[in-house]
Design a protein around this ligand. Structure first.
Ligand SMILES: [Zn+2]
Length: 121
């Protein structure tokens, strides 16, 4: 089984955010015009401090890397990567749903397959 995890540094207009995540490709699943799925991006990075410098963000990434390596999982498959998104602002609150919701219906309720949001139809 693959860990499919990495430490990611997201660079947006306002600074840098750092997270440990699995399946990072989800941030580009069903993107809007920004090239990202902003709701997923928000969910992945919202718990991070916003660092103003690349140096601070990199230091935090190394710290997280070492925590993961010495943790129960013991592996960081993709190491540390930068995600350049300097054309966007990090959302200030959770976007209500993806710009292109993928409707799926279960038990009579319509839900977005991408983000899990329930949609009123
Ligand atoms: Zn959605």
């Amino acid at each position: 089984m693959s860990a499919d995890n990495g430490i990611y540094i997201l660079h947006t207009k306002d600074g840098y955010r750092v997270t440990h995540a699995q399946a990072i490709e989800n941030i580009e699943w069903q993107p809007d015009e920004s090239g990202f799925n902003l709701r997923t991006l928000y969910n992945y990075f919202r718990d991070s401090v916003c660092y103003k410098s690349k140096k601070e963000a990199s230091d935090r990434a190394v710290e997280l890397y070492e925590e993961e390596i010495s943790g129960p999982c013991g592996i960081v498959e993709y190491g540390i990567s930068f995600i350049e998104a300097t054309h966007i602002e990090f959302p200030s609150e959770q976007p209500s749903c993806c710009k292109n919701p993928l409707r799926t219906s279960t038990d009579g309720q319509v839900q977005c397959y991408n983000c899990g949001e329930y949609l009123d139809e």
